[in-house]
Design a protein around this ligand. Structure first.
Ligand code: SF4
Length: 709
């Protein structure tokens, strides 16, 4: 038997055909009918079935304990949810609704996101739900909102086939979005005039393939983008018609970018004047200018401004809403976009509504028939939840399908905060999630292939994931866990669903009339059409919207801002990251490696994937190593203001002098996991500074020193 589904790792969202043999064995291959991936899969996707067949780490039964000095006891679902509801009710009555919180994941399906959001915002009365997407996408969200009026990716993957200039800034798609990258490589191979510019302080595989690599100093992207903007204006590569008719803010921007000469910008960025001039010239002359970015721009204390400075280049040149052109924020997780559509951030409501907007709150309250008023104040974001647990403002936290004790910045502080939490619920697939050891209640969740629902990939493409297998033990789909819990909380009349399709149908109705309108989409339709790109209102077929949705946004150059004009923002270019000094003179940046995913709870169990990089190493420039008497392969201690890490050193000119790099995947795991310990957890070193608007952490810039150990 074969089933079409979607890879559950990254935001590329590749289609997979799963084959189920009669003996129960699974095999898989790329789905040639999937328009996003056309049959291709990367190493992680090709080995995904092994993570399903190996059930050795699965959580199988609900467990709980009365205090954390006691061992966990297996209990019934009834007992686990009854107790959790009793504790939540007690805290809410005694300390108010903001005493509880949910921390969810970009790997949750849309239906799950929607239900948790509905429960806490519309029925408990708190906006305390945030997602690990806060750690990767929130700066792009705010950037899009400020410039285009809404969190809306304007482009699609087919634009790759029409672009002739790829501007990749703060991203390594060759490793982190491999199938998208293969499409770019194919485009270049077929068209020798196609150019790739890579902006990255590290010489990544993407940088190696680029025609022009600008290895800028960390934190100087805005200086560089503004310098390119200045040259585009001076060389008259701007689109005056677009600016006059469709954009505001050009004069202030022009004034801003004139404040630094190209020579001064080159000096600050640590790149050559010629390289900046070449980049501007190539952009100016191109017919299709597609920019792609991820964490290098987003995970920054100035992440929103970095995003704006890049989007500005599209707005001054009018390169948006046209085939092959546009600013393309690459999504990290498989359903980060779907989660945002349902309002799964602490400041948003379904269909890109905002909690601070009274009209939006009223619409959603009426739709949900909420027994409470939706709070007007944004809830706690990911790092704010840590602070609130530490000072006891937050009493209870429910963590769903994410492993914050490896992934949060300044993770030692996060660990202390979780220890102090009065009540912790962990809902997960795997007992390898580090949070399990701090849990009062553990709820076993169904994994990929064991539940149905939808996800939205980086090009606004919604796909349906069927249930193929029964979950082991007593594990339940996440959506069912939430609706059962809501029933225990006394909200049964509004949380009675027969299946995830009913949840999705309700979600689509709340999108009616919005820019994310998917009232024409249903599980049944997705089973037939396979994928649909939003928006896709009811009666879309034959209405001018493509049969499978909307490929490209803003083709009429009417944006989602109140005056329908795009907003060019003049942004300051100073970096406000943690300062380096004599004690901590190096900048540490963290990131992903090719064959691992997040905190390795899945990919770390696949032998083939561990062959690429069996353990984390610190990449350091030979010059920085020489002055510290560090040799290749030597054990070093990386020291920061908040903690330290011990790993082997790799001497490489792939990082700039003054910069070092650690992968973010490794960390503390339950006893028995070989070769894994808290001493190689990169986030021991990262800081908890966040962008003031997006609240996204500054993972790419922490001050450290490295010593031979
Ligand atoms: Fe999965 Fe991303 Fe690889 Fe595609 S590129 S197979 S979605 S991990």
């Amino acid at each position: 038997m074969t089933h079409q589904t979607t890879c559950c790792y990254c935001g590329v969202g590749c289609g997979i055909v799963v084959k189920q043999e009669q003996n129960g064995r699974l095999s898989l291959e790329g789905d040639t009918q999937h328009p996003s991936s056309k049959g291709m899969l990367c190493s992680k996707g090709m080995n995904l079935h092994y993570t399903v067949m190996d059930q050795s780490d699965r959580l199988l039964y609900p467990q709980m304990r009365l205090n954390r000095s006691m061992p966990m006891q297996r209990v019934s679902w009834e007992a686990a949810l009854e107790r959790t509801a009793a504790v939540f009710r007690t805290f809410i009555q005694k300390y108010g609704p903001d005493s509880v919180a949910f921390y969810v994941s970009g790997q949750c399906l849309t239906e799950e996101y929607y239900l948790v959001n509905k429960l806490i915002k519309g029925f408990i009365g708190s906006n305390n739900i945030d997602t690990n997407s806060r750690l990767c996408m929130s700066s792009a969200v705010v950037g899009y909102k400020l410039s285009l009026g809404e969190d809306s990716v304007p482009v699609c993957y087919d634009d790759i086939d029409e672009a002739d200039l790829f501007f990749v800034e703060g991203a390594n798609p060759a490793w982190c979005h491999p199938i998208l990258w293969r499409r770019i490589e194919a485009r270049k191979a077929a068209n020798p005039n196609v150019k790739i510019i890579c902006i990255d302080p590290r010489k990544t595989d993407t940088a190696r393939s680029a025609d022009l690599h600008l290895p800028l100093r960390p934190g100087t992207d805005i200086v560089l983008n503004n310098a390119i903007g200045r040259l585009l204006i001076e060389r008259n590569y701007i689109d005056n018609e677009f600016i006059t008719n469709h954009a505001d803010g050009f004069l202030a921007y022009q004034e801003q970018v004139r404040q630094r000469s190209i020579e001064e910008a080159a000096d600050i960025c640590g790149v050559s004047v010629d390289a900046i001039r070449t980049a501007a010239e190539w952009i100016g002359r191109s017919k299709g200018f597609l920019s792609l970015w991820t964490m290098g721009l987003n995970q920054s204390v100035i992440g929103v401004n970095k995003n704006l400075s890049l989007i500005n280049l599209h707005l001054i040149t009018g390169r948006i809403g046209k085939p092959g052109n546009g600013p393309f924020s690459l999504t990290g997780q498989p359903n980060a976009m779907g989660g945002r559509e349902t309002g799964g951030l602490a400041n948003s409501l379904p269909a890109h509504r905002d909690v601070t907007n009274a009209a939006h709150r009223a619409e959603v309250e009426a739709f949900w028939n909420s027994p409470v008023k939706i709070a007007a104040k944004p809830g706690l974001t990911a790092t704010e939840m840590v602070e609130a647990l530490a000072d006891d403002r937050l009493k209870a936290i429910w963590i769903i399908n994410t492993n914050p004790l490896v992934s949060l910045p300044d993770v030692n502080a996060a660990e202390k905060a979780l220890k102090k939490a009065r009540f912790v619920v962990v809902q997960d697939v795997s007992n390898r999630a580090d949070t399990v050891q701090f849990a009062d209640v553990v709820l076993p969740a169904a994994a990929w292939l064991e539940k149905e629902g939808t996800m939205t990939n980086a090009e606004r493409r919604i796909t349906y994931l069927p249930k193929v297998l029964d979950a082991p033990g007593e594990a339940l789909p996440d959506a069912e866990i939430i609706w059962r819990f809501a029933q225990k909380m006394g909200f049964g009349a509004d949380f009675t669903y027969a299946n995830a399709s009913e949840v999705y149908e309700e979600y689509t109705r709340i999108t009616a009339g919005t820019n994310v309108d998917v009232t024409g989409v249903s599980h049944a339709l997705l089973r037939t059409k396979r994928t649909i790109q939003w928006p896709y209102p009811a009666q879309s077929e034959g209405s001018g919207i493509g049969e499978t949705g909307t490929k490209r946004l803003f083709t009429d150059h009417r944006f989602y801002t109140p005056n329908q004009r795009a907003q060019i923002h003049a942004v300051p270019d100073e970096n406000t990251s943690e300062p380096i000094d004599e004690d901590f003179p190096l900048v540490l940046t963290t990131g992903r490696i090719r064959d691992q995913w997040h905190t390795m709870t899945k990919t770390g169990r696949v032998a083939k994937l561990n062959q690429h990089s069996a353990q984390p190493v610190l990449q350091i420039h030979p010059e920085d190593a020489r002055v510290r008497n560090i040799e290749e392969g030597q054990l070093v201690e990386v020291r920061g203001r908040r903690g330290h890490v011990r790993v082997k050193a790799q001497l490489t000119e792939d990082v700039r002098v003054g910069l070092c790099f650690l992968p973010m995947h490794w960390g503390k795991m339950p006893a028995g996991a070989p070769g894994i310990s808290t001493l190689n957890r990169a986030n021991n070193l990262t800081n908890s500074l966040v962008d003031p608007r997006s609240k996204e952490p500054d993972f790419k810039f922490s001050a450290v020193e490295v010593v031979a150990y």
